[in-house]
Design a protein around this ligand. Structure first.
Ligand code: NPG
Length: 369
């Protein structure tokens, strides 16, 4: 398609409750949405970068700028841009996977809407619905934590993920396991530990966790491989995996036995599918991570999570986990699952009056005349 214009829209959504992680506490989500307009269709993309560069070096203001100043000029130069062409066309710009991923997602959505193909069909989904887990933040005290976990289990979530950090790990994990028995249960450290914490993390082995996610720093692949020798619970990597090649190397080095797949972290859904394929070839199960997306990103994640090697419940929660009002028809949990949208492209679009209400700025970019 020839790009006629691209809308860069910033929206702000309050969270239903503060979400505390070792990276910091999120109380609202400022999100950059991308809408590409072509002759036959338009498409939506969601940039998952947060307002602060605390998960990775990307942040929403930087993504907005790099898209306007460096990425769009390259794409406007193409007579016929397709999703497959986005990554190769943008490789001259180093990094910025979340910014690039938002553009690729929007262009893929427009392409598929024009062809009347759904994301699920295009990506090769094997299922019509996906098992859903939920991410639980760090709580002030164990009683509050147990009430939160109980409420999510009552909603039907099939897996609990608990954020941990030094000093907020063994006790809360023990309390959840003792109260709720053999539920599917895992923890996420967001790189809060060091190579010296092997013994401390090995104490988690007694709780039969599915995995320990990203205990060490993003770049410490060797440290994770060493940790895997002293910790029995499988190590899962998130921040460390920024490409299919990176996944292959981390697996080969024994740094992880499970991978959290996040399209934004690896530059888009096409690379995310390549990560899935590499992991499948190495008998490494994957699950779909989340970045508190709106229903747009959630729709793409649910379609991705339907691929065959997504054998663990993902952080593909219902819209209501984070937002009282989503910008599209909300995702609602049924029997601990979300249905994969079947409409063309993402299968949903923002509700105009809701979108207008949560919009903080709109910028239209056009090819140089
Ligand atoms: O359910 O969308 C979701 C969020 C899942 O815990 C989640 N995301 O590290 O994966 C992560 C984590 C995160 C939280 C990332 C806050 C960035 C900020």
């Amino acid at each position: 398609m020839k790009l006629e214009s691209v809308e860069l829209r910033r929206i702000r959504l309050p969270l239903v409750a503060p979400f505390r992680t070792s990276l910091g506490t999120v109380r609202e989500r400022e999100i950059l949405l991308v809408r590409v307009v072509g002759p036959d269709a338009e498409g939506w993309g969601e940039c998952v970068a947060f307002v602060e560069p605390f998960y990775s070096y990307e942040y929403v203001g930087g993504a907005h700028d790099v898209i306007r100043e460096h990425l769009l000029p390259r794409l406007f130069g193409l007579d016929d841009v397709t999703a497959e062409l986005v990554a190769p066309t943008l490789q001259g710009v180093r990094g910025h996977p979340m910014a690039k991923g938002a553009l690729e997602m929007a262009i893929l959505d427009a392409e598929l809407r024009a062809q009347r193909i759904s994301f699920g069909e295009y990506l090769g989904g094997a299922r019509t619905e996906v098992d859903c887990g939920v991410s639980v933040g760090i709580h002030e005290n164990v009683d509050e934590l147990l009430r939160t976990v109980e409420s999510y289990l009552e909603e039907g979530y099939r897996r609990i993920k608990l954020k941990i950090e030094p000093g907020q790990d063994i006790e809360p994990v023990r309390a959840v396991r003792e109260r709720f028995g053999d539920i599917l249960f895992q923890v996420d450290a967001n790189a809060a530990y060091t190579r010296l914490d092997g013994e401390r993390l090995a104490q988690l082995d007694e709780f039969g966790l599915l995995l320990i996610e990203q205990p060490l720093a993003e770049e410490d692949i060797r440290g994770h491989a060493e940790l895997a020798k002293v910790v029995g619970t499988p190590i899962c990597l998130d921040e460390s995996i920024t490409s299919a090649r990176g996944a292959e190397d981390a697996i080969a080095m024994g740094a992880c036995r499970i991978v959290n797949v996040k399209a934004g972290r690896v530059g888009g859904y096409l690379e995310a599918r390549r990560v899935h394929d590499v992991c499948r070839a190495n008998d490494v199960p994957v699950w779909c991570g989340g970045m508190l997306e709106t229903a747009l990103g959630r729709a793409a994640n649910v379609a991705l999570a339907a691929l065959p090697n997504f054998t663990l419940p993902g952080d593909t929660s219902a819209s209501g986990r984070y937002y009282a009002e989503d910008i599209c028809e909300p995702f609602v949990l049924h029997d601990g699952r979300l249905a994969v949208p079947t409409g063309p492209g993402l299968g949903l679009t923002p509700i105009p009056e809701v979108l207008e209400r949560v919009t903080t700025s709109v910028e239209i970019c056009r090819p140089e005349a």
